[in-house]
Write a protein that binds this ligand. Structure first.
Ligand code: ADP
Ligand code: ZN
Length: 732
């Protein structure tokens, strides 16, 4: 019998001792065990064996079952987990569970092995009577017919098909005996023999420099590629990984949103003729596990995924790439608040491989590191191929007549482009019909009681929605305060804008792209395809439209309603706004037609806008970094944020006052707050923040560690919900 120490996913920092009486020839470290924990059974990960327990033998409980024959957490993952636990001040058990695919965290044994590496393909059944009538059989379902046409070109991987078509559509064709599934067994080394490099453009001078610089590095180094939109960054990625794939090395590529994945994946598959493993939120647990397994056993050459795929292990790691490295989705905003870019740096160093960060609008953090020469720095200042950078302009709307939030001058510009057969994109940062419902008689605004925040009007759904807590309520006919029926909406959201543009431009079709219209499997991908096939001429949407999409026929991008960001209390607001404007503008003129971006504003003389429009993002960013330096803000200094939430305002504030007190002993740490979060109340809870700032990250880290230990001991800390956010990027 021996004692082992196990990490369990509970919000407690310690490890737990258990007895185990089975003799194990292999080391158990990194394996999962099933253990009793209070009244429950939990999956834990073994961190130490042969432990001298401080507890009495009789008091220790026994392990119920050993779930793995080989460790699911490698030595390196355990080291990463320990580092994350210290760096983010988060319990080790929860950290280690975050590193594993979801299925492995559950109470199932023997699941860490995928039986055989098979891949499911869909293909048309061999010709039968049904096929002759296919066109007729499918007249009632356009989507089934689309899938049928796709399969006529040959068999397709199920995973790829699922990105565009729902299970119901696949079932529809299966039920009509038109489609069948086949399993193809792939041997682990397959991709290396399949690898064939497709047609590729000759890199331009800047790309060539980027490629040769990066390919010189075989050990750990971090390179920031600062390349304007459409400068050919993806082409650089394709060419730098080519020599690595040729010697059998694997590459992990992080992308921000699932919406980006299908286009990117297609490009990599086409170039190298191999299947690319993808990891994103639209996969089910077993699909995720399979990709995780195959990356681990070396049977995938390229893995493309969103934030959490940074925890994928590779048998022969060659490189990590973080595309659109500035994107906020790389930071997890709840629970374990890690930043995938920071983890990427740690992992690349640990694996001793190159890391490449790419963006048209790099984060000030990365730019700072590049300018300080901690990262190599490569610029791609021009667009690749024949397209030119879009022209950027400000439209002064002071005192102007507006229709649906758009000035007459802008409508004229839109008409010009539409008449010329081009597409126009209109950005507004609010989804729904209008951000508030207001009584014309008494001025009463319909608020969400749990969040003290105006509810958004969704006319198409005939309801009011709280965009903080997702609460919904039927659209009232009368004012809740005075009973009057004259209710007005206030402000313009995507839904109203789309309707408005449909009446102004009845001869052109309009599409709305926001989180309401892209909800559901494959929806965004389908919309993007329809846009590229020019089924729509006017694209109305939110942030989603800014994310790296390639729309060759968009020649005009119009940005509405961003002035409030110019007056935000968030010191990152200018950076975020400049990134948004630049990324949106980058959707224009991506082929040989010249593109234009117009920004409607009441503040055309604002220095941020002037600098950005006249000198571009890279100039803006360098100036913004200087400003941060003078203001002693990140990235020049480091921050942690302690958040607290409670149904009682005073508890939430008291807790942070106690925290602030704890930090006063650390002379080099500045304490700011407590103050209310930007979202002061959500779901009935009052939210407050405390910021601790310091020039030395190490000092801040140690101070936080000590304060955290003290906080965990305090009774008050059990009365509020609280968390520590290291290098916070969002104060909502
Ligand atoms: P980014 O990732 O920076 O947005 P892409 O790699 O997608 O840029 O390139 C933008 C467009 O330019 C794509 O259509 C791509 O095929 C094309 N392109 C990239 N590099 C070259 C090149 N060297 N010559 C010609 N076309 C190129
Ligand atoms: Zn609410």
């Amino acid at each position: 019998m021996q004692v082992i120490q196990v990490a369990i996913a509970v919000p407690m920092p310690q490890l737990f001792d258990y007895k185990i009486d089975v003799l194990h020839t292999n080391s158990l470290v990194g394996c999962r065990v099933l253990v009793p924990f209070g009244p429950r059974k939990c999956v834990g990960i073994v961190l130490r064996t042969h432990v001298e327990s401080q507890y009495d033998d009789a008091k220790l409980k026994s392990v119920l079952e050993v779930l793995d024959s080989d460790p699911v957490c490698s030595e390196q993952m355990l080291i990463l987990g320990r580092w994350m636990s210290e760096y983010y001040h988060h319990p080790i058990g929860e950290v280690l569970h975050t590193l594993l695919p979801a299925v492995l965290r559950k109470l199932q044994s023997g699941k860490s092995k995928v039986a055989v590496s098979t891949h499911t393909y869909l293909q048309l059944t061999s010709q039968n009577a049904a096929h002759e009538d296919a066109a007729e059989l499918l007249t009632r379902s356009v989507k089934q017919f689309d899938l049928y046409r796709l399969l006529e070109k040959g068999k397709q991987p199920l995973a790829t098909v699922k990105q565009t078509f729902t299970a119901a559509i696949i079932k529809g064709l299966t039920d009509k005996s038109l489609l069948e599934k086949t399993e193809v067994v792939e041997t682990p080394s397959d991709w290396r023999t399949q690898l064939s490099v497709g047609e590729k453009p000759i890199p331009n001078v800047e790309q060539a420099i980027a490629i040769s610089t990066i390919n010189l590095a075989t050990n750990f180094s971090t390179t920031l590629i600062e390349g304007v939109t459409g400068s050919g960054k993806t082409e650089v990625y394709l060419q730098i990984i080519e020599p690595l794939l040729k010697i059998g090395k694997q590459v992990l590529i992080l992308v921000p949103e699932i919406g980006l994945t299908p286009q990117t994946v297609g490009r990599f598959e086409k170039r190298f003729g191999i299947r690319v493993g993808t990891l994103h939120s639209n996969l089910n647990n077993s699909e995720r596990l399979q990709v995780w397994q195959q990356a681990r056993d070396g049977s995938l050459g390229i893995i493309i995924g969103t934030r959490s795929s940074i925890f994928t292990e590779m048998k022969n790691p060659g490189m990590i790439i973080v595309d659109e490295e500035h994107d906020e989705s790389f930071k997890q905003q709840d629970n374990l608040r890690y930043h995938a870019r920071d983890i990427a740096v740690y992992r690349a160093r640990q694996l001793n491989i190159p890391l490449v960060l790419g963006s048209a609008t790099p984060s000030l953090e990365s730019l700072h590191n590049a300018l300080e020469k901690k990262y190599k720095h490569i610029s791609l200042p021009n667009r690749a191929g024949s397209s030119a950078m879009p022209v950027q302009r400000l439209m002064n709307i002071k005192g102007q007549f507006m229709q649906f939030g758009i000035a007459q001058g802008m409508l004229d510009k839109m008409r010009e482009q539409l008449d010329a057969g081009n597409q126009v994109m209109v950005f507004v940062n609010r989804r729904g019909y209008a951000p508030a419902l207001l009584c014309h008689q008494c001025g009463h605004v319909e608020n969400c009681q749990r969040c003290d925040n105006p509810m958004t009007v969704h006319k198409s759904l005939n309801n009011l929605q709280c965009h903080r807590c997702a609460d919904t309520r039927q659209l009232p006919k009368n004012c809740a305060q005075c009973g009057h029926h004259e209710l007005d909406t206030f402000g313009v959201g995507t839904e109203q804008l789309q309707q408005g543009l449909e009446t102004i431009f009845p001869n052109f079709s309009t599409v709305r792209v926001d989180s309401d219209t892209v909800r559901g499997k494959g929806k965004l991908n389908k919309l993007l395809q329809d846009i590229n096939q020019k089924k729509f001429q006017i694209l109305v949407g939110t942030q989603i439209l800014s994310k790296g999409h390639h729309f060759p026929d968009v020649t005009l991008v119009l940005i509405l309603n961003v002035d409030s960001a110019l007056f935000s209390a968030d010191f990152r607001a200018p950076e975020k706004l400049a990134q948004l404007i630049t990324q949106l503008s980058g959707r224009a003129g991506r082929s040989d037609k010249l593109g234009e971006m117009w920004l409607q504003t009441h503040c055309p003389e604002h220095p941020l806008l002037q600098d950005l429009i006249n000198n571009g993002f890279s100039d803006f960013a360098r100036y913004a970094l200087l400003e941060r330096k003078h203001a002693m803000l990140p990235p020049h200094e480091h921050q942690i944020c302690i958040r607290s939430e409670s149904h009682h305002k005073h508890l939430s504030v008291n807790f942070l006052q106690v925290c602030a007190q704890l930090f006063t002993q650390f002379k080099h740490a500045k304490v700011l707050g407590p103050f209310p979060a930007f979202i002061e109340k959500k779901q009935g809870r009052y939210r407050n923040l405390l910021i601790i700032q310091c020039a030395s990250r190490k000092y801040l880290q140690q101070a936080t560690q000590q304060a955290n230990d003290a906080l965990l001991e305090m009774a008050l800390s059990k009365q509020v919900r609280w968390s520590i956010d290291v290098s916070p990027i969002d104060f909502s």
